[in-house]
Write a protein that binds this ligand. Structure first.
Ligand SMILES: CC(C)(COP(=O)(O)OP(=O)(O)OC[C@H]1O[C@@H](n2cnc3c(N)ncnc32)[C@H](O)[C@@H]1OP(=O)(O)O)[C@@H](O)C(=O)NCCC(=O)NCCS
Length: 179
């Protein structure tokens, strides 16, 4: 368990599938995710099973829980994908599916927790991500925790009826200011 002030990250469980399916069929949640078709429960179950079968050295997915009053509420997922041991780098991803929890700092804290995990536990040197150019909330959250833009992929992803520019952002261990 990776524990912060008002966020903690725990391993994703098979029982999380119902929330995942609900969130990942919500057009507002997936507006800036690589998803173009409705997601079935069976497909999501299979995805979770595949993730759980992977060795942690390949990739790690976590459930984000927010502290509300005195209890923890499951609000979304985050993770490190495509971990490359020699290059010591990995791709970061996140979504908060419970929209009422957007813009309350949970995304930033979850990202900080995962950066600490990546740099201090997994000995990564570079953590990168791709984000839609007009996903302004996500970009602001990423910049706030230290990600910098290192590239722009022109018209790289077809989504929402058009080809979208994607930003490539990253943070190096040497740039990381800690949790
Ligand atoms: C992107 C996401 C993870 C961010 O998490 P969050 O908890 O909502 O974000 P936070 O509250 O931690 O931070 C949001 C920041 O964006 C800013 N922000 C919000 N809307 C904004 C806008 N339209 N323009 C610019 N900045 C904006 C907030 O002020 C805040 O910045 P600051 O507090 O440092 O000033 C979450 O909103 C989400 O999951 N969205 C849907 C899925 C998604 O887009 N995932 C990312 C794919 S790359």
């Amino acid at each position: 368990m990776l524990v912060g002030n008002k966020v903690r990250l725990r391993a994703l469980e098979k029982e999380d599938v119902n929330n995942c399916v609900r969130w990942l069929n919500d057009p507002e949640v997936i507006k800036f995710l690589y998803m173009n078709s409705p997601l079935s429960r069976a497909a999501e179950e299979k995805w979770i099973e595949n993730q759980l079968a992977l060795p942690p050295s390949n990739g790690q997915v976590f459930a984000i829980e927010a502290l509300v009053s005195d209890h923890w509420v499951y609000i979304g997922n985050t993770g490190l994908d495509k971990i490359e041991p020699v290059n010591a780098q990995s791709e970061f991803g996140i979504f908060i599916g419970e929209k009422t929890y957007w813009n309350m700092g949970y995304g930033k804290e979850a990202t900080l927790l995962l950066l600490r995990h990546g740099f201090e536990d997994l000995n990564l040197n570079r953590i990168y991500l791709y984000v839609f150019e007009d996903n302004l909330r996500a970009i602001a959250a990423y910049k706030a925790v230290g990600f910098v833009q290192e590239g722009l992929l022109r018209k790289a992803v077809y989504k929402n009826g058009r080809f979208n520019n994607m930003l490539l952002m990253s943070i190096l261990h040497s740039e990381w200011k800690g949790y």
